[in-house]
Each structure stands twice: as C-alpha cells, then as structure tokens.
Design a protein around this ligand. Structure first.
Ligand code: HEC
Length: 125
C-alpha cells in the first residue's frame, strides 16, 4: 500500500471510531425529534409524574401509562396517543392543559415540549 493511501485509510478508521464512540446526547441537547424514544426519553418523565396513579397498582380511568402498548390502548376515553398528532392525543392534551398530574409536581415546559415532539415524530418505542 502506498503511503498516501495507507494514511487515508488510517484517517478513515479514526473517523469511524470517533463516530461510534460518541456518547448518546442527553434530552436537553437533542435537536432532532426523530431521535426521541419512549424508553430513552419519555418513560422516565411518565414514571416520575404519572405512574403513581396510572401504573400497575392504580389505574385511574382505566389508563395504564407504564408501557407504550398500554398508552396506545388507552383508558375509558379510548387511545391516549395518536402517532404524529400531539393535538389529537389525550395524553398530551391532559399535560398541555395542566390537568395532569392533578396534584404533585407538574412537568416543566421543556418536558411537555419533548413529549409533543416525540408524538409528532411518530412516538417511537
Ligand atoms: C394523583 C393521581 C394522578 C396522577 C399523578 C396523574 N393522573 Fe391522570 N388521571 C387521574 C384521575 C383521577 C383521572 C380521571 C379523572 C379525570 O379525568 O380527572 C385521570 C385521567 C387521565 C386521563 C384520561 C384517561 C381516559 O381514558 O379518560 C389521561 C390521558 C391522564 N389521566 C393522563 C395522565 C398523565 C399523562 C399523567 C402524568 C403527567 C397523569 N395522568 C398523572 C389521576 C392522576
């Protein structure tokens, strides 16, 4: 292998490893909503403020928010989530109108925006 080719190859290897070792961005620095996932970004928020009343033990209005499947299945009022449409999703509507959580610490503005972005981008698992 000639020298310029070899060094180009080494540079390429360096570039590839730099990409693969880059740490996952934290929710705060995410700019592309397509990267948002239920397990990575949304579940922790829901666990913090909703599961007390919509988890395994209590299921107010028959709504279990502990998994994406049960959110899609919804509660007494039907599906709580419409992929791609936060404004048509009961889950988001309740948060946006500050009806949920009815007591305790509410979600912050940026947290609410994150949930809207996640739904709009297709509510990926
Ligand atoms: C302190 C208990 C409590 C917490 C915490 C809570 N909820 Fe609720 N939720 C209720 C009760 C009670 C109802 C039924 C009465 C009502 O609609 O106000 C309800 C109803 C709902 C409904 C309507 C379900 C249906 O099918 O009719 C949605 C959606 C909902 N909650 C979402 C959430 C979300 C999202 C969170 C977290 C941000 C949350 N709730 C946190 C008590 C709670």
């Amino acid at each position: 292998m000639s020298f310029p080719l070899a060094s180009a190859f080494i540079m390429l290897l360096g570039l590839l490893s730099a990409c693969s070792t880059r740490p996952n961005p934290s929710p705060a620095v995410i700019t592309n909503p397509v990267q948002l996932t239920f397990s990575g970004h949304i579940e922790p928020l829901i666990a913090k403020v909703c599961l007390e009343c919509h988890g395994g033990k209590h299921m107010e209005s028959g709504l279990d928010l502990s998994s994406l499947a049960s959110i899609l299945a919804g509660g007494e009022s039907g599906p709580a989530l419409v992929r791609g449409k936060p404004e048509a999703s009961l889950l988001y509507e309740m948060i946006h109108d500050e009806k949920m959580p009815p007591e305790g610490t509410p979600l912050t503005g940026p947290e609410r925006a994150l949930i809207a972005d996640w739904i709009r981008a297709g509510a990926r698992p």
